[in-house]
Design a protein around this ligand. Structure first.
Ligand code: K7E
Ligand code: CUA
Length: 652
């Protein structure tokens, strides 16, 4: 144990040494050939060739960028309230953030993944995980809005998520922390043998994308760090890296670094699916939220689900195996052919690559090396395809270019290393500035990557941009990988902490992008689709305002008869039917947010007037030459006043 401790200290020293070495080099590293500028230059008015969807990390959201320009186009709110457009504040969107723990206004999102058909990106949806309060979200790549969030019970630190099988049959979520299942009051030191790790297979309806937890596999109490689906020949399997196979519950940096090898867990989900379809597994009481946004009613609903199907690996012999993998592997990456499974052992000198064919062969010939809680362990030598010798320090993640090459990030030595599948030789290495986490190649998690660009997402920015106080936005770096050598062509800032990103050629989605919501199709119960529909209705202390907005007025714009102690609901429909003409709504003293209402949409803001007076509201989005004229007043009278409700527009 002492030795291990020394070892990790040694590692830390190496980390420090490498970082400072990079610091010194950074002055020269900025020198790029000027022809590189052309590679990232997207002339004014022209479009980027790729979209990149970059996880917002601790912002809980997802950002949309263009490649190669590195321009940020949008932030899509997912797990976090977003005052910019009222997501999570408006009555219509608040249910999206309901959970079994109540309303949770934030999360930590890590891994976006785009839906696939036949192993190719189809650009219909993008999924992303909420890591802290375990959830998976589905975002439409037509509307760029979050359409669905499902909570994942029996899970904690939903990190080996959210990855898609090659026909989007499942979006898969694995727990990082093992926990008592079901949750109960017990001594933490009884962890070993008692805590379990749930791997959740969430089915995706092929037409509408609706998610449902099909089953959870209850695995031993390891930490499940990352995962990727098999594809092509290995379609039907799913692979998860594990660490802390020691099942330690304290000082993990030492106690979870004891074993020479941890595991990659290989799950034959087709086999378990068949078992479940025949009634296998056990329905277990649970409590988790399923939140769905309906584009027709412009409303989200939240439903609590009360049970989940769990499967013990022992019930389905031949469905789960463990592949020994050195040492505390982080990324678990499968190449485009589905043959190679890369285990990025954080503390390992070499990079380990397993062979799917050899794995099947070892299973068939029952070449086992004992078991863990009844799950057969395969022999390391029998499944090993090869290893990349001493490629760098601290490997985290690997992506593929579809031309037989792999690209691995090394956190400690702060570089991306390109190596060849099959021969395992290192072809190229390029420094990153600094301390790289994930990297992305468009189509990276698919059978057909688009191997032109690769970008690295770095944890430390330091001197790369003008300083902005103690905290800097993280930096991404774009490389041209079309030649033999990687070429750094651009630095660009990201938002929050981008763990992973998914990227896709723009032509797959840009022509499907929604431009407006049709007013004629608006089924919101409190919509007003013309001036004739506008009204103000009192229901006890609740006052409902059915309002419209169009360039350049609100209707009604003057309201009287509201009293202190009332709760005012502004139900506002944007009557515009033109692309990119939202209007905003801001009410003085509103203690939630403003609204940004897109054309044809209805949104509701709640306002509780506390003081007598005449209080203005206005449009927050400069929408026309007469935007500044887009305003109105609410008269608020004392609680005991008998002023009748009245409203109007254009009345002197
Ligand atoms: Cu490596 Cu959450 Cu995928 Cu960050 S994780 S780097
Ligand atoms: Cu509407 Cu400004």
């Amino acid at each position: 144990m002492k030795n291990i401790f020394k070892l990790s200290i040694g590692f830390l020293m190496a980390a420090v040494a490498f970082t400072s070495c990079n610091d010194q080099k950074s002055g020269q590293s900025g020198a790029l050939r000027s022809s590189n500028a052309e590679k990232v230059y997207v002339a004014p008015g022209e479009h980027d060739s790729h979209y990149a969807f970059i996880s917002g990390g601790y912002s809980g959201n997802l950002t949309v960028y263009g490649l190669p320009s590195g321009r940020m186009f949008k932030e899509i709110p997912v797990f976090s309230q977003f005052p910019t457009n009222g997501y999570g504040y408006s009555e219509e969107t608040k249910p999206m953030l309901e959970t079994s723990y109540g309303f949770i206004p934030w999360d930590d999102s890590h891994h976006p993944d785009i839906s696939q058909t036949n192993g190719k990106l189809d650009g219909r949806w993008i999924f992303i995980n909420g890591n802290n309060t375990p959830r998976i979200a589905r975002i439409s790549l037509t509307s760029f809005e979050t359409e669905e969030i499902i909570e994942v019970p029996n899970s904690a630190g939903n990190h080996s998520s959210s990855f898609i099988t090659e026909n989007t049959e499942y979006v898969v979520a694995g727990t990082r922390f093992s926990v008592p299942i079901p949750q109960r009051d017990m001594a933490i030191k009884e962890y070993k043998g008692n805590f379990k790790g749930a791997l959740s297979f969430i089915s995706v309806d092929p037409e509408h994308g609706h998610m449902d937890i099909k089953f959870q596999v209850l695995m031993p109490g390891f930490n499940y760090d990352l995962s990727h689906p098999g594809r092509g020949k290995s379609h039907g399997w799913f692979f998860f890296t594990t660490y802390n196979t020691e099942e330690a519950n304290t000082l993990l940096e030492v106690n979870a670094s004891q074993n020479d090898k941890d595991f990659i867990a290989a799950i034959n989900w087709k086999k378990i699916e068949e078992y479940v379809n025949n009634g296998g597994g056990t329905m277990m009481p649970a409590n988790y939220a399923h939140n769905v946004y309906d584009e027709a009613t412009h409303n989200a609903t939240s439903t609590m689900k009360k049970e989940v199907r769990v499967v013990n690996p022992a019930e389905v012999p031949g469905a789960v195996y463990l592949l020994p993998t050195p040492k505390s592997p982080h990324g678990c990456d499968v190449d485009p052919t589905g043959e190679y499974i890369v285990g990025n052992g954080k503390l390992s000198a070499n990079l380990t690559v397993h062979s799917f064919t050899k794995m099947l062969d070892a299973i068939e010939n029952k070449k086992f090396d004992g078991d863990a809680y009844g799950i057969p362990i395969l022999k390391f030598e029998d499944v090993l395809a090869g290893s990349v010798e001493q490629p760098g320090l601290g490997p985290l993640h690997t992506e593929f270019d579809g031309k037989g090459n792999a690209y691995t990030t090394f956190f400690i030595s702060s570089e991306v290393v390109k190596w060849k599948l099959g021969t395992w030789e290192v072809i190229d290495r390029k420094p990153t500035y600094y301390s790289v986490g994930h990297l992305t190649i468009p189509g990276g998690n698919s059978r057909e990557p688009f191997g032109k660009y690769m970008f690295a997402m770095n944890k430390i920015t330091k001197d790369r941009y003008l300083p902005t106080g103690p905290e800097m936005e993280h930096s991404a770096q774009l490389y041209d990988i079309s030649g033999d050598k990687m070429e750094l062509i651009l630095d660009f800032p990201t938002h929050g902490e981008p763990h992973y990103a998914a990227a896709i050629p723009a032509e797959i989605i840009k022509n499907n992008s929604r431009k407006i919501y049709r007013l004629a199709e608006n089924q919101h119960a409190k919509k007003a689709t013309s001036d004739a529909d506008t009204k103000v209705v009192r229901d006890g202390k609740n006052v409902h305002v059915y309002m419209t907005m169009i360039r350049s007025h609100f209707s009604p714009d003057n309201i009287e008869g509201v009293k202190v102690g009332d709760k005012v609901f502004f139900h506002i429909t944007n009557l515009e039917q033109d692309f990119d003409v939202p209007h905003g709504f801001a009410m003085i003293g509103a203690n939630n947010a403003e609204l940004l209402v897109t054309p044809g949409q209805t949104r509701t803001l709640t306002w509780e007037p506390k003081q007598v007076g005449v209080w203005p509201f206005y449009c927050t989005d400069f929408c026309s030459a007469l935007h500044q004229e887009m305003q109105g007043y609410v008269r608020v009278s004392p609680a005991n006043s008998n002023i009748e409700l009245s409203w109007g527009l254009g009345e002197e």
